[in-house]
Ligand binder design. Structure first.
Ligand code: 5RP
Length: 225
């Protein structure tokens, strides 16, 4: 099975955890796309009823709406039962990097409002230590070059996330700077340092935020707690 087939496997498997009547956080990315497709199918077939989706990006909102899944704004629900989202890296101690798809800010807000968070990944995302995947940070456009320069001075090897020849814009109209760190020795102190830099809105370090992980493997889906 190639990586896409593994993504499809874990995406479909995760729908088994969505029960009728739930308020479900719908993540973003190519793995989540398989999950939302399967959820839409089961909603259309009447196998899952009365669910409400809270989405983490305009992309997922469009996909879910097109499939007939009822969507509510995060501020129109008082909680989310379960959020299912992808991840870019998960370390041995269950910490994560997210934001490869540019939706980290809404993803973190939705995760925070969730009673339970499940990540769905193919096995290539499991790593010993975080950092080989570039760490995204979301910055507001005003003064963003100064934030970039500060990150460069610190040796964090920043690059602008691009969309063709323009800087990538998030759903909040912000920019993303990717940090090419190689290895992150202390994710907690890095997260604290970055979030206190003026202009940075959020980082892709998702620390202590996941309950379960479903991994797509050559031997079928595996659940990690
Ligand atoms: C989007 C994300 C995605 O969940 C993450 O990038 C994984 O994506 P994919 O399933 O396409 O590999 O954090 O912001």
């Amino acid at each position: 099975m190639d990586q896409n087939a593994l993504k499809e496997q874990t995406g479909k498997e995760s729908v088994k955890y969505i029960k009728s009547g739930m308020i479900v956080g719908l993540g973003t990315g190519s793995t989540v796309k398989y999950m939302v497709d399967e959820l839409g199918k089961q909603v259309q077939e009447g196998k899952i009823k009365d669910i409400i989706g809270v989405t983490t990006s305009s992309r997922t909102a469009k996909q879910a709406t097109d499939l007939g899944i009822t969507i509510k704004d995060i501020d129109d629900v008082d909680h989310i039962d379960l959020t299912i989202d992808g991840a870019d890296e998960i370390s041995d101690d269950f910490q994560g990097i997210k934001g490869g798809g540019g939706a980290l800010l809404w993803e973190k807000i939705v995760a925070n409002a969730s009673n339970k968070v499940m990540w769905i990944v193919d096995e290539s995302k499991l790593v010993h230590k975080l950092g080989a995947f570039p760490l995204p940070v979301e910055v507001i456009p005003f003064g963003a070059q100064h934030v970039f320069n500060r990150l460069e001075k610190k040796g964090y090897k920043p690059t602008w996330r691009m969309d063709g020849d323009q800087k990538y814009r998030t759903d909040e109209n912000n920019y993303i700077i990717d940090l090419h760190l190689g290895e992150i020795d202390d994710p907690k102190s890095l997260a604290d340092e970055l979030i206190h830099m003026v202009g940075i809105v959020e980082t892709g370090l998702f620390l202590n935020r996941v309950n379960d992980v479903i991994v797509g493997t050559q031997n079928g889906p595996k659940v990690l707690h």
